[in-house]
Design a binder for this molecule. Sequence first.
Ligand code: ATP
Length: 507
Amino acid sequence: MAKQSNNLMDKLVALCRRRGFIFQSSEIYGGINGFWDYGPLGVELKRNVKEAWWADNVRMRDDIVGLDCSIIMHPKVWEASGHLGGFSDPMVDCKETNKRYRADQMFLISVGEGEDTLHFSYVESDEDSLKAAFKRAGKHARRCSATNPSDDPATHLPFGDMAGGTGLASVVGPDTTTPGTLTEPREFNLMFQSYAGAIQDESSKVYLRPETAQGIFANFGNVIDSSRMRPPFGIAQIGKSFRNEVNPRNYTFRSREFEQMEIEFFCREEDSDKWYTYWRDRRYKWYIDHGLTSERLHLREHDAKELAHYATGCADIEYAFPFGISALEGIANRGNYDLTQHTNASGKDLSFFDDQTRERYLPHVIEPSGGVDRATLAFLCEAYTEDEAPDDKGNMQTRTLLKLHPRLAPYKVAIFPLMKKDGHPEAADKIFKECKRAGLAAFYDEKGAIGRRYRRQDEIGTPFCITVDAQTVTDQTVTIRDRDTLAQDRISADKVTAYINDRMRVE
Ligand code: ATP
């Protein structure tokens, strides 16, 4: 199972690079850890994810408005939000390799008993890395009275739970086999720093935002004053965020620069449970509607001890990626913590006066906070499929396809003239231009055997391929082929855009 999963990830990463979805940032200089570039197809896919989110959460509703805040804000924003003091992860350093790891994402395998116990740490959560770590531990185990560690899952414990008791001098770092190499965990602030202006001192220090949410809270008063919005209502924002993650990993899942799509939905305290349930369920359904239909998508309600001190409810929408189960989005009932913090820190009253009830109150907030890159990666993982399909001669061949929802697919349609003569290219070009005019991302291809042209589109997730042939020239009909079922319909050329628009719709 684990092997298959890693295999899927390897294949997906290779496809994404080969076909221009995702590249390593600064690849020609050897790359930079935690940063990724989206290529010509990736940028379309990611843009479609954001546009679907924006359309469904802002344009289609009359109780949400948008915002686009600056990435660098007054440092006091981050003091008030708690990010300057508390936005940190515990990290440990390996003294030999100088590599840094998040203590809460490491695991220990302890080998042996009593005095002879040796502890080995590993960072990945997948089966293969665990096996590799056990193998390393096995080598050292000869020096102590080891039981076979792989037979005893109880010896595999989260680092945080054990580190205090073990004495870190006996812990072997993940990248070395020499004992006694890890430092004590230290808190590491995840915010990137810079300086605004020519003079670089404490007074000019600024931070790249680690989340888009605080810009919404800081502008709450501006939106209320400049619009007719009244609670219950929300403010939405999509934008880049930056976190100096200790261990960026799992492809684009944990990056140092990423995009978030966040809503802060303001309401009365007594309505907040109702709105929390509403947003939790609505956001979960959104992923299903856009193709995450398998049992790999989960909704996990946090239990009380996982909640931040100000929160009364929190749920994660999780996806079982090939590298493990991880969160795509969190939905939290944050009370009025954020508006209280900014009211106190700025001295500006952010309470809302309801002129109908003549009441003044500080709204409570429900926050659905998702990651664009994580959603995009989940859509790609779910879409990657291998099946058997006939080639031009009718022989079954393995084919690779991305079963992306038509709304998200980079190209909606590819148009192929069957031959490069007899009026086929002209008729195909006319349909191609019509699709573009209708706002559909379309691709024109007249090169090579028709089967190969289909395969190239299947591999990048194009849901529909249109073939223009001799019949098109006489009766203005075309064949339209479905990527997933391979079914071919003959439809009138002037119905193409309506047909595709209909199939892109999400109810
Ligand atoms: P994690 O526990 O994985 O670090 P988080 O729960 O702290 O993430 P939030 O602070 O709630 O994440 O951020 C909201 C969303 O932003 C996440 O659900 C995720 O989709 C996205 N996100 C957060 N950190 C990253 C990152 N380093 N890379 C990509 N996306 C991220």
